[in-house]
Design a binder for this molecule. Structure first.
Ligand code: SF4
Length: 642
């Protein structure tokens, strides 16, 4: 694509930021109002605050409510600066489910293009799970008669199977969005997963991931990804470079964290160590089959025995957690002793590998792969062994077991790996501060110096929105579904129903499937998510049931005129939140309440997306929850509870 130019002229004597300031003034005072956009003081104020971050290459926290037009503001800066620096800006969104929102038809980028006469080169960098894995799909297609999967296989372009084709004819394929008929469950059978070793895969050069990555890497203006993906990039960039691979994302001119309040959790997830019970075994048995010295062989045997013992112990002692697939593992002396022995033996083997590599009896590439894995293994164990540094759990499926270790605090590593870069960082969200104080948030991310501002939503919530509390007995679950059903019928569909978990949504579904409805009910996970959102938006009376779309969903108009909060969105009782609770002096006040209130505010924020929008919020809670939480909830609601 031809390099796009900055949308204003700069002479040699002029400074870029002076001219940018003039342009921003023209955009908000003249161009946008001429196109029918309202002139908003808040937006202009925001624009000049954000300009400081770009000028000083610093960090700004922009707390701005719904309808303030914050997205337009950060997009214009990010695009102009990307063109000036000749490096794309990264726009990092809360969730993989949201990254299509900005680029959808009539989305903010398209509106901006039309209003300013720009052609924006924007590309999506999706998580690896979003691409088909040929190593899984191809053998499966030869065994299965599942039509959904066979249809995906049929649509794979010929060059993928033809080793002789020239690279010129390679084209992008394999994005989950191209196969909307596949449910999330089925996608797991054919999409990439963390057990796949891409660096040694025969399909690698024609893999969907490789080709899509090569495409987005060349974006000139914007690359949109999720926080999880951005953090995966940060965490893997050095090891990828060592392996001769490119980092997941190219160098950015600036980074915008939309819904930036969720970055800390994404950072923790990105820094996660996942130990699969089989991987160590297959890596080390491959090593044993080579010309290895006796000393190393004994060590490998010891490690494999200990590893097996450790996993048997973990499987036996892990406890299930309702509503989560993370099984809790007690931090017992026995478990830690096994982990410590493993760490020592792995350390010794790493020393032996240095000798092995000097003997030149083993392929150096093979040694590198083993070393990388053992270093990863050993570092993960060291986090586990340090008191209070790690959060850990076990995940088990029918075919495999993984032990996962996540660091509890990420501030130091973020300070070093992310915020030490001298580029502008913009955090945008309706909820960043605690009553105007941004310091807690900044500290959790390792940010020592920042600018901040807060702008209220311009909407007249008192006339646009009504909020009703619905109180149900804890044991009468059907009573809740019946009330939700009544609310849906009364509104003739046109509702978003937000559930606290997939489990709760499926319970509702079991009940709803037995009822008659005059409208369609769309469930998250049945189809590719942006397709589901699109059909909810165009099919005015439909209902969308979701457990992820508390944030970021932007559906203005009649199609979304009721939001039903099926349960208060408390965090799960899983090991991650349990670790946070264990480190709080008052877990309810410091962990559960802030999380629930923030999510609740975000969920409520899905209703009014424009000046013309009108609607109802229904918040369901049990009588017990009402006693404990109602007063706190009332304080964060934009209008009085009716
Ligand atoms: S490169 Fe990775 S994702 Fe692609 S086919 Fe191979 S294992 Fe699967």
């Amino acid at each position: 694509m031809k390099q796009q130019s900055i949308p204003f002229t700069i002479s040699k004597q002029e400074n870029f930021f002076d001219r940018l300031g003039d342009y921003i003034g023209d955009v908000f005072y003249d161009i946008l109002p001429e196109q029918g956009y309202e002139l908003r003081d808040e937006q202009i104020y925001m624009a000049y605050q954000i300009e400081k971050a770009f000028k000083n290459k610093s960090t700004v926290f922009a707390e701005a409510g719904v309808g303030t037009g914050k997205t337009f503001v950060y997009l214009i800066y990010a695009i102009c600066y990307a063109r000036y620096m000749r490096k794309p800006a990264i726009i990092s969104c809360a969730d993989e489910t949201l990254i299509e929102q900005l680029v959808k038809k009539d989305g903010d980028i398209e509106k901006l293009e039309k209003a300013l006469g720009l052609k924006v080169d924007v590309r999506l960098a999706k998580a690896r799970e979003q691409y088909v894995c040929m190593k899984k799909l191809d053998p499966l297609a030869n065994q299965t008669d599942d039509e959904d999967i066979l249809k995906v296989h049929e649509q794979i372009p010929d060059f993928v199977f033809d080793q002789g084709t020239s690279m010129q004819s390679f084209e992008r394929y394999g994005d989950r969005k191209e196969y909307p008929w596949v449910s999330n469950e089925k996608w797991k059978q054919i999409g990439w997963d963390p057990l796949q070793q891409c660096s040694t895969c025969d399909w690698r050069h024609r893999s969907a991931q490789t080709l899509n990555r090569d495409y987005y890497r060349h974006a000139q203006d914007l690359i949109i990804c999720s926080h999880d993906f951005y953090m995966e990039h940060i965490w893997t960039k050095e090891s990828r470079k060592r392996e001769g691979q490119m980092p997941l994302l190219p160098q950015a001119s600036s980074v915008v964290f939309d819904e930036g309040h969720l970055l800390e959790f994404a950072a923790q997830k990105g820094l996660t160590y996942r130990f699969n019970s089989e991987t160590l075994h297959s890596i080390l048995t491959g090593y044993m089959s080579q010309d290895v010295r006796e000393e190393s062989l004994y060590l490998v045997e010891d490690i494999l025995t200990l590893h097996e013992e450790w996993f048997t112990y973990l499987s036996k002692n892990a406890q299930a957690v309702t509503g989560s697939d993370r099984r809790e593992v007690p931090r017992s002396t026995e478990m830690l002793t096994l982990a410590r022995q493993l760490e020592q033996k792995v350390g010794k083997l790493l020393e032996q590998l240095v000798f092995d590599s000097e003997l030149f009896t083993i392929d150096p590439y093979h040694i590198k792969i083993i070393e990388e894995y053992l270093e990863f293994y050993s570092y993960g164990l060291s986090i586990l062994l340090k008191d209070d540094h790690g959060i850990f759990w076990l995940e088990e499926t029918e075919s495999d077991v993984s032990f996962v270790i996540m660091p509890r605090l990420v501030e130091d590593i973020l300070a070093e790996e992310v915020f030490s870069q001298k580029i502008p960082f913009v955090f945008s969200s309706a909820t960043l501060s605690q009553a105007g104080d941004f310091s807690y948030f900044a500290k959790s991310l390792g940010i020592s110096s920042f600018d901040s501002f807060a702008v209220e939503s311009p909407f007249d919530y008192d006339t646009q929105m009504k909020i009703h509390g619905q109180f149900v007995s804890k044991d009468q679950i059907d009573e809740k579904w019946i009330k939700i059903g009544e609310a849906l019928n009364e509104n003739q569909g046109k509702s978003l129903v937000l559930f606290a978990s997939a489990l709760e949504m499926n319970e509702f579904r079991d009940w709803a499937d037995k009822q008659d409805w005059d409208f369609s009910i769309i469930y998250e996970g049945d189809r590719e998510i942006s397709e589901s959102v699109q059909s909810f938006q165009t099919n005015i009376n439909s209902v969308l049931c979701s457990y992820n779309l508390w944030e970021g969903l932007d559906v203005p108009g009649e199609a979304l005129s009721q939001v039903i909060i099926a349960s208060l969105p408390f965090p799960p009782q899983d090991p991650v939140f349990q670790a946070k609770r264990n480190h709080a002096s008052n877990a309810l006040k410091e962990v559960d309440h802030p999380y629930m209130l923030l999510r609740l505010r975000q969920g409520i924020g899905r209703l009014i997306r424009g000046k013309e929008d009108q609607g109802i919020i229904q918040i369901f809670m049990t009588e017990e929850e009402k006693q404990e939480n109602l007063e706190t909830i009332k304080q964060v609601l934009p209008v009085k509870l009716g």
